[in-house]
Design a binder for this molecule. Structure first.
Ligand SMILES: Nc1ncnc2c1ncn2[C@@H]1O[C@H](COP(=O)(O)OP(=O)(O)OP(=O)(O)O)[C@@H](O)[C@H]1O
Length: 289
């Protein structure tokens, strides 16, 4: 499928005789999934992400599939001859929006990440964190089918970090694939569909935190919801929730990673007929953030 991104026996080395950084990599990123890449410094995670984003070509093997892709790099080239709003508006028009819609989308995204005050600041004068917000905004504006995040949370303030987690949840709920590297082991904990470690040039699949043990999976939200008579839990809610119990007919107790609670609530409230949300409780596991 064109929307799947597939690596087929991919290898990468820098220079004709350089050591292999990656070798024999097979990977498929399917729509609607969240994938985490782990590994110590220098093992090849950024190299892998650049290949997935098609910003770099493998030295051997094939990259298949052409999802619409956006990428947030570790270091964003901020010395661009634009203001923050000007840059985002420019990109949004490239994505096909009219100038007025592009200006609105740029302003909304900057607002969302708490960077509206910097809308008219030249990119070269932005602080590292504000520049990172623009990097995130440019990627989200594209509404990508594949979103590649290389330590995209680094430098963001707490509110923007949480907002980016919510944006990831929205992307996967909309059917996009998201792949990320982050040194915080709690990042999107409990929400990942697959975790891989890059080790000695190879990809090793890790087991994800057990759905049955939300405490191992970071901050989460418990939603009690009541369906319409005879109504079944919407399929999207089932997919977003980590656990779904039905203590009484039609009454559900759903557990969801904190980053995904907005998506779950929207799904329940926009169902036809809508579900009644009885309670929403935030829980942070002991020792968690
Ligand atoms: N453009 C390049 N030219 C030559 N070597 C490179 C280049 N980019 C990366 N490398 C080398 O490839 C290896 C993997 O680097 P990469 O940046 O992909 O690792 P990483 O796992 O993302 O590291 P970190 O966790 O520190 O960001 C390293 O040995 C690095 O020196």
């Amino acid at each position: 499928m064109e929307r799947d991104l597939q690596l087929d026996n991919v290898g990468r080395r820098y220079g004709l005789r350089g050591p292999w950084v990656l070798r024999g990599i097979h990977l498929t990123l399917t729509p609607g999934t969240l994938t985490r890449m782990e590994g110590p410094n220098g093992t090849g995670k950024s190299t892998l992400l650049r290949i997935l984003a098609r910003l770099d070509a493998p030295s051997e093997g094939k990259v298949k599939g052409r999802p619409r892709t956006a990428y947030v790099p570790e270091r964003f080239p901020s010395a661009l001859p634009f203001t923050a709003a000007g840059y985002l508006t420019h990109l949004a028009t490239i994505h096909g929006l009219t100038r007025a819609s592009a200006q609105r989308a740029a302003a909304d995204t900057l607002e969302r990440f708490g960077a509206a005050v910097h809308a008219h600041t030249p990119m070269a004068q932005l602080s590292k964190g504000s520049s990172q917000k623009v990097a995130v905004a440019q990627a989200l504006l594209a509404e990508p089918e594949l979103l590649v995040l290389d330590e995209a949370w680094t430098g963001l303030d707490a509110a923007a970090r949480a907002e980016l987690e919510r944006a990831v949840a929205e992307r996967t709920a909309a059917g996009g694939a998201v792949v990320f590297v982050d040194h915080d082991p709690q990042r999107l904990a409990g929400a990942t569909d697959a975790v891989y470690a890059v080790r000695e040039g190879r990809l090793e699949r890790r087991t994800t935190p057990m759905a049955s043990d939300p405490a191992a999976a970071g901050p989460h939200v418990v939603v009690e919801a009541q369906g319409p008579a005879g109504g079944r839990l919407p399929a999207d809610a089932h997919r977003t929730a980590t656990t779904a119990e039905e203590p009484e007919p039609g009454a559900y107790r759903l557990t969801v990673p904190a980053s995904h609670s907005d998506v779950l609530l929207r799904t329940l409230l926009s169902a036809r007929p809508p579900w009644h949300v009885v309670s929403v409780r935030h829980e942070t596991p002991e020792g968690g953030r």
